[in-house]
Design a binder for this molecule. Structure first.
Ligand code: FPP
Length: 247
């Protein structure tokens, strides 16, 4: 699909390929706060606000699936105060989603082991999923308590359970079949993964699904990552040649 950008940083005539599925690793909130001599919590707050901006923008330009890495399985090891601040931000966002965000045509889904969250947060997660289930626009996957390795272990266990129950045979396992046991079952693999803050690694994000994703990193901290930067990622993506192992 092509998107013709009318204004902004791009030449008027440039045609952009809009990836069906974009993944974003929100990174750099802590450094953003440190640069301003603010507590890390202020960085996460700014990051959460930017998450809203970029999510809406991605939906506007026609992205069909957006997966955002909000909290990894490793993030629990941060100081208790920081973790509880992040939980508050998640709760605020989910309450806002139920209140206002539902006017937008975005379907919100969660990927990751949400059973580790408080019963209150889990209830909100279910409410938001149910309330947005009928939306026909962009699917927003929020990766919370998510880790790519944990997801693969979960998939292997679930497949083994099905074998034990006599519903599957070991020989049924193929790449396609394994994909059906992932949180992202039924969704296309990500085409583009964006990581701000200068780091150039996947950090356990969508390990299986990103096998052929184009990776674009930015030397910009997440709270400063603007829709124009998203456009720049689309421009870079549009010029990449994807060969999927072919010549
Ligand atoms: C990485 O920056 C960011 C996180 C671990 C948390 C991301 C969460 C939010 C932006 C909060 C709200 C999200 C939603 C969905 C409402 P970092 O702290 O690792 O930054 P640093 O590497 O500069 O320290």
């Amino acid at each position: 699909m092509l998107f013709r950008k009318k204004k902004g940083t791009l030449p008027k005539t440039e045609e952009l390929k809009i990836p069906a599925h974009v993944g974003i690793i929100m990174d750099g909130n802590g450094r953003w706060a440190k640069q301003r001599r603010l507590p890390r919590s202020a960085g996460h707050k700014a990051g959460a606000n930017n998450f809203r901006t970029i999510t809406r923008y991605a939906s506007k330009v026609g992205v069909k699936y957006l997966t955002i890495y909000a909290f990894s399985t490793e993030n629990w090891s941060r100081p208790a105060e920081e973790v509880s601040g992040l939980m508050t931000l998640f709760k605020e966002y989910l309450e806002e989603a139920l209140r206002d965000f539902m006017e937008e045509n975005i379907r919100v889904r969660f990927i990751g082991d949400i059973s580790a969250f408080s019963p209150e947060l889990q209830a909100l997660i279910h409410e938001v999923e149910e309330a947005s289930a009928g939306k026909t626009g962009m699917v927003l996957n929020l990766a919370m308590n998510y880790g790519g390795r944990a997801e693969l272990v979960r998939a292997a266990r679930r497949f083994a359970e099905d074998v034990k129950a006599g519903e599957k045979a070991p020989a049924d396992l193929s790449e396609e079949e394994l994909s059906r046991y992932l949180y992202t079952a039924g969704q296309p693999d990500p085409d583009l993964i964006i990581r701000p803050s200068g780091e150039q690694r996947l950090s356990n994000f969508l390990l299986w699904q990103s096998a052929y994703a184009e990776f674009v990193y930015f030397d910009i901290l997440w709270p400063d990552f603007r829709p124009d930067d998203f456009d720049e990622a689309l421009r870079i993506y549009s010029h990449r040649q994807r060969r999927f192992g072919n010549v």
